[in-house]
Design a protein around this ligand. Structure first.
Ligand code: 7PM
Length: 280
């Protein structure tokens, strides 16, 4: 049975778990505005807790595809007050979605116990920082850079290339002193991938299981659903739940989602059908 120690808060991976997405939007036109966005972020997190989330992922929106680079100080101004408030108000592990070492340090000091890095610790100083902070880290695959990665993604074999990248980053993380017991991997759905690439990765997700790290996936509301079914973002809930279930069936252990309640029900039902599946 695998339990991740997220800065003193346990994340039990002996069943599939749900990571709720908390986007902290830039909002700083007045002091009042900052408090407003903090309060609404906490209310949103509370709702996800009530709906059965297992961990909350706090992001300052700097890592989303197509995003303009955000200075570290601005990213911290957005996320640190929210993490501090969450530490006091909820008992779940808190994840920080960032690629920047300075933000990682401030976030963990404020109460985060998990690092979600879409750049897989490739930023200068990130490997050393994550090792020193002693919290679990998710290493995600991405081809290219966020601003241009969806222009013309190409692979000889998307599953083996993604696997090779993740194997190399696991190796680099271990060499930097991060124990295997603190490492999670993610194929990075939508990050430099066409619909076909995403579908191939989802069908073959079990191959990544061989790398020996728990698998996290983010499929919630993603444009692959729009491309496959022609649905707008607001109409992607049911397809997102279906994809979360397929991913779990194919060995994912953490699903990063917007719609916590419906996903929790689907995965609880999966755990009733397959109670022994995760007992390794
Ligand atoms: C616009 C497009 C906004 C896409 C946000 C997104 C992942 C992630 C994101 C993922 C991990 C989203 C994405 N996706 N972190 N951050 N895995 N580990 O849908 O797939 O949230 S940003």
């Amino acid at each position: 049975m695998t339990v991740l120690d997220c800065g003193g808060r346990p994340l039990d991976l002996s069943r599939p778990v749900v990571m709720g997405i908390l986007n902290v939007t830039p909002d700083s036109f007045s002091d009042g505005g900052v408090f407003l966005s903090r309060d609404s972020a906490i209310a949103h997190a509370r709702r996800m807790v009530d709906e059965g989330a297992d961990i909350i992922d706090v992001g300052g929106e700097s890592t989303r595809p197509g995003a303009q680079p955000v200075p570290a100080q601005e990213e911290m101004d957005r996320v640190i007050p929210v993490i501090e408030a969450l530490r006091e108000n909820i008992s779940l592990p808190i994840s920080i979605d960032t690629a920047k070492p300075d933000v990682m340090r401030a976030a963990v000091a404020a109460g985060a116990g998990f690092i979600n890095d879409v750049r897989a610790l490739r930023e200068e100083g990130a490997l050393e920082m994550a090792a020193a902070l002693q919290v679990p880290v998710c290493l995600m695959h991405m081809q290219g850079e966020p601003r241009r990665m969806q222009e013309d993604p190409r692979y000889r074999d998307v599953v083996s290339e993604t696997g090779n990248f993740l194997r190399a980053r696991l190796q680099a993380a271990k060499a930097a002193g991060i124990p295997a017991s603190r490492l999670v991997i993610d194929p990075g759905f939508g990050f430099g991938k066409t619909l076909e690439h995403n579908l191939e990765l989802l069908r073959d997700l079990k191959k990544l299981h061989g790398l020996g790290a728990p698998i996290l996936v983010g499929l919630s509301r993603k444009s692959l659903i729009g491309k496959a079914l022609g649905l707008p973002v607001a109409g992607r809930l049911h397809a997102s739940v279906a994809l979360a279930l397929i991913a779990v069936q194919n060995s994912a252990r953490i699903v990063r989602v917007h719609d916590v309640g419906p996903t929790v029900d689907a995965l609880r039902m999966w755990s009733v059908v397959y109670p022994e599946e995760y007992k390794e």
